[in-house]
Design a protein around this ligand. Sequence first.
Ligand code: AGP
Length: 620
Amino acid sequence: MCGIVGYVGPREARPLLLAGLDQLEYRGYDSAGISVLKGDTIEAVRAVGNLSALRGAISAGTDTGAVAVAERPQPGTGIGHTRWATHGGVTEENAHPHFDTSDRIHIVVNGIVENYIELKQRLIDEGAMFTSETDAEVIAHLVADHYDGDLVKAVRTAYAELRGHYAFVAMSADEPGLLVGARNECPLIIGRGQDEQFIASAIPAFLRETRHVQYIDNDEIVVVRPEGVEFFSAAGQALPRDIVEIDWDAETAEKQGYETFMLKEIHEQADAVAETIGERAARNDGIDLGDLGTIDDELLRNVRRIVMVACGTSYHAGLIGRYAIEEWSRVPVDVEIASEYRYRNPVVGAGDLVIGISQSGETADTLAAMRTARQRGATVLALTNIMGSQATREADGVLYTRAGLEIGVAATKTFVSQVAACYLLALRLAELRGTLEPDVLTETITELKHLPHLIALMLEHGIENIERIALAHHRADFFLYLGRHVGLPVALEGALKLKEISYIATDAYAAGEMKHGPIALLDQNTPVVVIATDSPVLEKIISNIQEVRARGAQVIAVATEGDRRLEGHADEVIEIPATNWMLAPLLAVVPLQLLAYYIARKRELSVDQPRNLAKTVTVE
Ligand code: AGP
């Protein structure tokens, strides 16, 4: 995911910005850039690739039409950025910082501006000249449009017009020693120094310089000057803010204070889903999937059948996608394990859309399955998290998830992003094919957009209960997971998470199938995790729970908040917020990830790097 760093103070900004960006490398990026004030102009240097490419561009004194960076050290005002491409390819023009037409306002942005298309058109009509394909650039032109010598006011006015999920920092050539930041959902933090200040998307960016931080809350604007930092609400009201001293070491800093990358990534899931949905659901009455290569509306409208090919967690995301696509758009969907599909002589060809789901875009079996389908005349869509990965190069179109870099071997935030992307595709198909009533479509989109908020709420309030359940069951030898309908892939994913990181044997089954075999495994020592969220099949699930309890097994139910139907049926209940039942998997999987996580931690295992597993499986 992208990284932001900014500096104001007496020292030369450039080395501090570069050192800050070094510390943000762990987040993953594909291009980088910095802007520093020199005299009364701002000089930008940007480069595709890693930070050594940026350093090379700086020492070569070259930029995308930029002026050479000053050789003489300058007291500093500057901003820097590492970009993980979402809107627009990996090019220098799309790298940040972005600037307005007069090159007087520079900005760095993380996140997504949902309404950039309408703003961009308005600004172009007023004479702005855009140089990138990004949504982010619109902020530079918008701030410039409102600028009359007061950057704080211009940022506040621009902020009021923006919709989305983002954080940005702006500087003006006319106001040295000033940075103005704004935060809407995406993180932004202040590092306080002696007569110098830092602003960044994550603490590691300035941890070598200061351990004194001030947290910027959502919907706030900060005014950063060497002598101090002022906090304002979006409406302009001054706000008090404590300075907190943190005691992180370098490793903790990389993990943002979390004990492991996996826990950090679980906590990034609200952001990952919000970014994946982003501007694609901006208009509420439908979905815009952006550029899908040769996969146009006509093709989606007339598609005969969809086949999803994937492995592991990505396969589970596909299973959820199938329910949504079939329910909402009535297109038949098959979901296939890629390693089986590639050797099966599958019946597939023209008129079929084959979707390769792969976080990495490099999984050998998924790539081979996509190739098989393409050779037989099918159209192939890559659904992946990694720009430029092999899957994107071999497909007719790409639908990106926007989860950012995932370091933990066990997929978490990339899974919820894949599921969100499947929902978007399902709703787009429904819109194009007219299979959902317009008011139902709008209502479902509204509920989908609310999910990041619900995920964040669960992560804020639900963890204690799960830790307690993990403590009670962490010595078990075997867990059974049960679900029906969309609850079944959630059960499969929960079971995979537990076996991957805790090395406990698990099985996941369609609850109705339990009495055809797995019921023989149950005794009073067996924890059985049941996905029992509100849905048309809940009564059936409750009957299955009774079958489980009749064998003395312990039931841990994942249920919808306030649903009294579960009362007296489960030994433990983990509640998730109420939502559209088809969307519930995005919430229900989160406690299962946490349950697996805390069980593995109680067993003192290395959750980020479980034995025998690789993050990307590029071999058969
Ligand atoms: C999930 O926790 C695993 N890391 C694994 O099952 C993974 O989902 C699978 O290897 C597929 O990877 P991909 O999404 O990169 O293709």
